[in-house]
Design a protein around this ligand. Structure first.
Ligand SMILES: CC(C)(COP(=O)(O)OP(=O)(O)OC[C@H]1O[C@@H](n2cnc3c(N)ncnc32)[C@H](O)[C@@H]1OP(=O)(O)O)[C@@H](O)C(=O)NCCC(=O)NCCS
Length: 260
């Protein structure tokens, strides 16, 4: 087991780059947010066999465990003790469950769309968010959400300045939005798709997600996202645009109460 630092970082990145989609968070975090990224890598005969990544910039540590079942126990020794989320494959779940008996688990569909494959849904009611007034409207929209914190107007302004974010406006009210929270030339990750409860099933999330996907596919080869496998309206939105399921991931909540 090796802790990844400046000396061995490039070797690890070279292994991960063989499949950027699969290792998107590790590839991105090691290169663009190393100060919030702790990574332990398992090597065998000089080949990378697995890793555990602990990302510390969020409200709770976000842990990615990527390995075959036989390495999971060893790598999990480096996980925090409590209050964190693990993202892993179905294969390693029994090991995690045996260690954290009260953990709650959710299946997430991993969906992807490649450049040239998308159906875009266009509308004059959609545009990119950029101004302080937009940040205020995003804050107001997110305040209707019970399962997530709305943040502040300032944190939302920072978000829309850093992350390409599109919204649907009806009579000056922001009713739906979709964002990209990670951009690499191979893939942009899409997230934060949300429509105000009073405006659901009118096609608005389809418009917002379509707009951010269009921007993604202008800049990257593909766009990808995670969606809870029982979130049928969201899955319907992504399928309409052309996203296809490429795999499953497990979200393990160890004492945070957060759901995907
Ligand atoms: C998922 C969400 C963003 C969809 O927003 P929306 O603006 O209502 O989406 P749209 O109107 O563009 O599309 C919804 C589609 O789901 C369909 N739908 C609604 N309920 C459904 C259900 N129970 N099962 C299957 N499809 C359903 C609608 O009919 C519509 O499809 P259609 O256009 O073919 O008729 C919204 O429900 C939401 O904000 N949920 C909470 C946050 C969330 O889960 N975000 C996604 C995270 S990955």
């Amino acid at each position: 087991m090796e802790k990844v630092d400046e000396n061995n970082k490039q070797t690890v990145i070279n292994f991960l780059k063989v499949d950027v989609i699969k290792h998107v968070f590790a590839v991105y975090d090691l290169q663009h947010d190393p100060n919030h990224t702790i990574l332990y890598a398992a090597f065998e005969n000089s080949e990378l066999k697995g890793y555990i990544l602990i990302y510390t910039a969020l409200q709770f540590p976000s842990v990615i465990l990527e390995c075959k079942k036989d390495l999971a126990r060893q790598l999990m020794e480096y996980a925090p003790q409590n209050h964190f989320i693990i993202h892993t494959s179905p294969e390693t779940l029994p090991i995690i469950k045996s260690k954290f008996k009260n953990a709650k688990t959710y299946i997430e569909n991993w969906m992807l769309i490649k450049r040239g494959r998308a159906n875009f849904f266009m509308s004059n009611f959609v545009r990119r968010l950029h101004s302080e007034n937009d940040a205020y409207k995003l804050f107001t929209l997110l305040s209707s959400r019970e399962d997530r914190r709305a943040g502040t107007v300032e944190s939302n302004l920072e978000l829309i300045c850093k992350m390409p974010t599109y919204g649907v406006f009806m009579k000056d009210e922001l009713v739906s939005y979709a964002s990209s929270f990670l951009q690499l030339p191979q893939v942009w990750m899409i997230g934060g798709v949300y429509t105000h409860p009073n405006h659901r099933n009118k096609g608005y999330a389809t418009l917002a997600t379509s707009a951010v996907t269009e921007e993604a596919l202008k800049n990257a080869e593909s766009a990808a996202l995670f969606v809870r496998s029982d979130n049928y309206p969201a899955i319907r939105v992504y399928k309409k645009i052309g996203y296809q399921k490429i795999g499953e991931k497990i979200w393990v909540d160890v004492g945070t109460g957060l759901k995907p």
